[in-house]
Every structure is written in C-alpha cells, then in structure tokens.
Design a protein around this ligand. Structure first.
Ligand code: NAD
Ligand code: UFG
Length: 340
C-alpha cells in the first residue's frame, strides 16, 4: 500500500513515517518545508533502513497535487500539513485559513480527481472548544474554538462530513490529538520548533539544554489541584501508531462510507507542575521556572476519553510519562539546535 503523507517532514509526520516504513508501507511525502527540514526525512531513512519519496510542494498548489497523484499510485492519504501556532493564528488568520482550510480543499479535490478515497485527517482536541466538560467524548457537539487555528480544524471536520455524503466511495477519519510530546527513542528525530517554542515540552528541553533561561509557567491560579493547567500528554510514537491503525481500519471496511472521529490521548490529565517534576525525575535535569500571568486562550483542564479508539481501532497509548520525558531529552541533548 502506498500512503501519501502531507506535512511528513514535520514533528508528528516524521514519527508516523517511521511506523509506516517499519510496517512495509511505501510512502510519498509532500511538504513545503515551511516548518521542517529535509534532514528529518534523511533521519527517518537512517532509522528504518528504507527509502522514501519526497516531493517539495505546497498543499494550496492544485496543479502540483494533480501532478503528484498522476505520478504516484496512491492508496491513502494522511494529511498533516498545516500551520499550527495557536497564538500566531490570531495575528495571521487569512494565512492560517488558506493553508489549513483551502489547502485541505485542494487536497480533497485532487484526491477526488485521482479516485483516491481513504483520508486520515490531523484534527485536534481544540475542536471541543470551551463548552464541553472533560473527559472529551467524540459524541459531543463541536465547540467554537476562539483561535483561527482551532476554527480551521472544526471547518475541515465539517467539510469532511459533507464530502463523504456525496461520494459513496470516500471514507475518512479525523484523529483528534491531545498533547503529543516525546521523540523517537533513537534520538534522531524529534520536535524542532522555529524560534521560541510555544509548547511546554520543547520549552522545558531547551531550558535543560541551556538554549533558554527560565521556564514561565502560565498561570498558577487555575481551579486545578495545584493551580496549573491540566492536559492529556501522549507519546508521539503512540500517536504515530494511531495513524497506522486508522489507515488499516479504513482499508478493512468493505462497505463503510462516512467519517469517524477518534480521540487520541491517554485519558489522564497531568498538570504543568507535574510535567516539570516528571521531567526532572526522568532526566536528573533541574528546570528553573517561575509562575507568571495566565496565557490568553488557555483552558484550565482537558483530557480525552480514548475508549472509542481502543474499541474500534484497537489502539491504546502505551508509553509512560517518564518514557516521554526520557525520549524528549535524548532528542534535545543529542541535537541541541534541532536539525540546524
Ligand atoms: P509541524 O509544523 O511539525 O508539521 C507540519 C508540516 O506541514 C511541516 O513539515 C510543514 O513544513 C508542513 N506544511 C505547513 N504548511 C504547508 C503547506 N502549505 N504545504 C505543504 N506543507 C506544509 O506540526 P506537527 O506538530 O507535526 O502537526 C501536524 C498536524 O497535527 C498539523 O495539522 C497540526 O495542526 C496537527 N496537530 C498538532 C498538535 C501538536 O500539539 N503538535 C496537536 C493537535 C493537532
Ligand atoms: N505552558 C507554560 N509555559 C510554556 C508553554 C506552555 O506554562 O512556556 C503551559 C500552557 O499554559 C498549558 C500547557 O503548558 O497550560 C500546555 O501548553 P502547550 O502550548 O504545550 O499545549 P496546549 O494544550 O496549549 O496546545 C496544544 C496544541 C494545540 C492544540 C491544543 C488543543 O499545541 O495545537 O493543544 O488541542 F490546539
């Protein structure tokens, strides 16, 4: 089976490539490298001992997508390519909607023309918005996320629901990720944010490696056990395996026409202070931090109900919090400046 992986050079995409190649899938990566490096792809080849095809291009370039589907015989698509900085999306809403929504439309249209009918979409827990209580369950009504980033994820889920109705052969899965952290245990690939990291774990590992000073903990007065925000952190390799489970499930359903959403998380909430303590315990590195003002837009606490993925996809997040910390630290300490 040949899988087209858009955004495959990025953080989650590169880890998913390792799983796909290890299991014998052929992969074609399509990425414009706006937030990634081709070195990640070479490292994936080093880890797996397999070759992959890479085409540099933009998901908003319909002509290039048509050429791609004409050149390769694609069986299924995993669509990671997107812009993902929640805060930046409020500054650059049109750019975010163009890449995340219009880019997805261009891809879906190219798939339709080429007769490719299996689609796995990178959605996010952010689609549940502020209105739903945790644990989030897939049957909940989608919320109205405040950021253009979050809104773009809701819009594409909505587009998929309409697209499957009019094409009886089309089937899709939206994977709603909670908070992926960690890295491949080889330390050869990992999260490599441009500039100052927005996300907690890359900030912590950059403090530990000496690239940053103190960690700012955003808010210590939330209505949680220790006053800091609670999230559902999962190992990126567990998340990567969820994509293979999704691809396999789509291939196995002989008569399925529709879109299914699955939460991919551990089902357990962990606070920011617990993350710091866990990192320190797993790596023997001290993290200097101070508690500062809340960050605009942060929800106090959310975590997944991941029973549907377990029952239907036979997928569970298996790796422990300390493995997440050890693997994140191995990647950062072996690559203090990421891929550059
Ligand atoms: P990432 O930035 O590391 O990877 C995204 C990849 O898409 C990058 O390689 C980038 O170069 C590429 N890309 C961006 N715009 C493109 C375009 N116009 N054309 C072609 N390629 C383009 O991000 P990630 O963390 O690996 O996230 C992957 C997906 O998962 C995204 O859709 C993101 O919104 C979603 N997601 C991520 C998280 C998270 O915490 N990392 C959480 C929920 C959902
Ligand atoms: N945090 C800090 N200091 C930092 C960075 C983060 O205290 O320097 C805190 C945040 O306030 C939050 C927690 O750490 O309480 C986690 O923050 P992240 O930015 O790592 O993750 P978020 O839960 O805010 O965002 C993630 C993804 C988004 C997605 C969202 C909802 O990055 O793409 O989950 O699914 F939209």
């Amino acid at each position: 089976m040949t899988v087209l992986v858009t955004g495959g050079a990025g953080y989650i995409g590169s880890h998913t490539l390792v799983c796909l190649l290890d299991l014998g899938y052929e992969v074609v990566v399509y990425d414009n490298l706006v937030n990634s490096s081709v070195k990640a792809l070479r490292r994936v080849e080093e880890i797996t001992g397999k070759n992959l095809e890479f085409v540099e291009g933009d998901v908003t370039d319909s002509g290039a997508l048509d050429d791609l589907f004409a050149k390769y015989s694609i069986d299924a698509v995993i669509h990671f390519a997107a812009l993902k900085a929640v805060g930046e999306s409020s500054q650059l809403p049109l750019q975010y909607y163009e890449t995340n929504v219009y880019g997805s439309l261009c891809l879906l249209n190219a798939m339709k023309k080429a007769g490719v009918n299996h689609f796995v979409y990178s959605s996010s827990a952010t689609v549940y918005g502020e209105v739903n209580p945790s644990p989030y369950v897939e049957t909940m009504e989608l919320g109205s996320p405040s950021s253009p980033y979050g809104a773009s994820k809701v819009m594409v889920e909505r587009i998929l629901a309409d697209a499957v109705r009019v094409n009886p052969k089309f089937r899709a899965i939206s994977l709603r990720y909670f908070n992926p952290i960690g890295a491949h245990p080889s330390g050869l690939i990992g999260e490599d944010p441009l500039g100052v990291p927005n996300n907690l774990l890359p900030f912590i590992t950059q403090v530990a490696v000496g690239v940053r000073g103190n960690l700012s903990v955003f808010g210590g007065d939330y209505p949680t056990a220790d006053g800091t925000c609670v999230r559902d952190y999962l190992h990126v390799m567990d998340l990567a395996e969820g994509h293979v489970a999704a691809i396999d499930w789509l291939a196995e359903q002989s008569n399925f026409n529709g879109v299914e959403a699955f939460n991919l998380g551990t089902g357990t909430g962990v606070s920011v202070l617990e993350i710091i303590a866990s990192f320190e315990a797993a790596t023997c590195q001290k993290i200097n931090f101070e508690i500062v003002e809340r960050r605009a837009g942060d929800l106090p606490a959310f975590w997944a109900n991941a029973e549907k993925a377990d029952k239907v996809l036979n997928w569970q997040a298996k790796r422990s919090l300390s493995e997440m910390m050890e693997d994140a630290w191995r990647w950062q300490s072996k690559n203090p400046n990421g891929f550059s």
